[in-house]
Design a protein around this ligand. Sequence first.
Ligand code: IMP
Length: 186
Amino acid sequence: MKKIFFITGNKGKVQETTRKLLPLGYTVMQKDLGYPEVQADTLEEVAVWGASHVQQRFDGCFIIEDAGLFIDALQGFPGVYSKYVFLTIGLEGILRLLEKVENRKAVFKSVYAYCEPGKKPLIVPGECEGTISTKKQGNHGFGYDPIFLPVGAEKTFGEMTVEEKNLYSHRGKALEKLTVMLREKD
Ligand code: IMP
């Protein structure tokens, strides 16, 4: 088994990543080192900045990931502010902002940075289109999962198992690309 460290405080992300990387022979080890999240315009910038910060303090092979929910009717908000918005107005706040709004389209985006010591990080993005539900549904997963309905599914991420969510999700899509990349490297 090869070891890869996932620098995150989010156990849900670790579970989703483990399901995808374990079959490839990777044990995903969570390491909650913490790193400041730069206020940038894109998730890519946040991931690159975070990766270089971690690289200065950690000398192993690791991944970090940054995600965000981009809502059409709110011109992409909360986007890079998703964490702050989740912690402040929360799911109820988002549902209130979208009350009586017909266009409920949204995109969930994920960006992984895969890092080896002394090398530039590799950036691996993934996206999932969907809609915002009118009420919270399900209590699986984390964050915005109970209000995000991916295209092609009849339930929210909050009503899905980790395996199901990975089939549709932004993170699942990014992890598909990451697994191809890791296979080519091995
Ligand atoms: P982070 O900065 O990548 O941790 O995520 C920003 C915000 O989006 C946090 O509040 C997370 O809980 C939320 N979030 C990230 N990924 C997901 C997901 O896959 N489903 C639901 N919420 C998520």
